[in-house]
Ligand binder design. Sequence first.
Ligand SMILES: Nc1ncnc2c1ncn2[C@@H]1O[C@H](COP(=O)(O)OP(=O)(O)O)[C@@H](O)[C@H]1O
Ligand SMILES: [Mg+2]
Length: 518
Amino acid sequence: MAAKIVTATIRTTLGPLGMDKMLVSGMGDAVITSDGATIMKEFDIQHPAAKMLVEVAKSQDNEVGDGTTTAVVLAGELLSKAQELIDQDVHPTVIIDGYKKASAEALQILDSLAITVDPTDTKTLRQIASTSMGTKAVATSKDYLATLATSAVTQVVDNSSGKTKADIERIKVLKKHGEGIEQTELVKGIVLDKEIAHSDMPKRVEKARIALLNTKLEIEKTEFDAKITIESPDQMKMFLGEEETMMRKMVEKIAESKANVVLSEKGIDDVVLHFLAKRGILAVKNLSSGDMEKLGRATGGKVVASLKDLSAESLGEAKLVEEVKIGDDKLLYIRECKDPKAVTIVIRGGSEHVIEEAERSLHDGLCVVRNVVEDGKIVAGGGSVEAELAKQLRDFAVKVGGREQLAVQCFAEAVESIPVTLAQNAGLDPIDVMVELRMKHQESANKWFGVSVHDGRVADMFNERVVEPLRVKQQAIKSSTEVACMILRIDDVVSSKGTKGPAGPPPPGGMPPGMGMM
Ligand SMILES: Nc1ncnc2c1ncn2[C@@H]1O[C@H](COP(=O)(O)OP(=O)(O)O)[C@@H](O)[C@H]1O
Ligand SMILES: [Mg+2]
């Protein structure tokens, strides 16, 4: 029951005409999104069974990055169909066996339906990204963002291990408030949300030799209290002079290495900054360790933890380092690094909500392109592949026979809930649509017919350019079946002593925590 309610809430967001959810926290902060993974993550869910659906969304998001709503809707449908069978006295074990058989068969059917594409075919990759991002609030800019996502992923493709891999972790995504989505840009190199640390430093350094430091360029305070009694102005001068000499030496050491840019994870003393500026060295301080790691990889430099280790060999390289003014803010661009795989996407947008949603959509877009680059297999979306899957599963059910056959049929119906939901969300009559879809799918030539939501009719989804990675569809089947079977296996919910977490106030009516909600 709890799982069904969660599903009912999330299913209205499916597809390009799905609605958004406004998630409001206790503090009054709002998140507006139609991204299944985000909704499930932000949901304040207490019921343990419903929480398992959050796991479905999470695993779907981690594994393939898209299809989270699909997976949750599927899981919910599998459960509600199971309920019908249980009411007819079919034992849960039989249902579980039937579901498992159906799931294995579904994965094979999907594989046989999938179409192989060339991973370098950027036109298809753009369509994949565009389908995924077209279901989000940024849909009006989907083609622009799709092109961006495709170029970004193709930049980081790595064929060295014999297998095509695209590590999208390498793509740095930076958000900067201002202008609009269409000003979002893809930069070859790394962009840092930092300013140059001293106003006298150059704003632009060509042929940059970059020192990456993880050490303070300051005079360390001693750990124990020491008292120095200064009795004359001369002594004072000497004391300060000594400090200055130490800092001068630091700068000399950096200059010796021939570095002309210093990027540091730690702080830099104002005096050091002054000397660096005098030597025409550009410096930026207090970078995050994540950025330092990316910079190391991108520029081919080594992050050194002590100035002693700094040498010409440890420096990174980039064609140009420059500070760019964007609105009132400044960003540091490290362009054309030694490693051409280093890319950054700078997301722009008029409001916080737009930028956040653009980031989430872009994440989906990058993931789906990666999936296709790595697997080279796609299917058509818009519920077409699900409609075909349902048809073939019904044929399979007859072969299974026995009571399990009923479970396989239910599985087929659950899969059909995707085109049904797409139709509902598009304001179409789901029964009319399903009748037409089933009729079309009688002929194998029509196997890619699905719900063309914008035109309100059924159509060949390949012609409509609505395409999705095979991996997303397979993972949705896998994760939803897994969790549905897991929930079906539970016959009792018993409150346990529990050792983790703070004890909340006793729930009203003596119910175990969370049982009252939903
Ligand atoms: N233009 C379109 N016409 C019909 N269906 C579409 C279109 N674009 C995307 N879809 C479908 O929308 C579904 C994905 O919706 P989405 O809200 O992104 O959910 P998910 O979190 O499951 O990815 C897929 O089944 C996809 O095929
Ligand atoms: Mg999606």
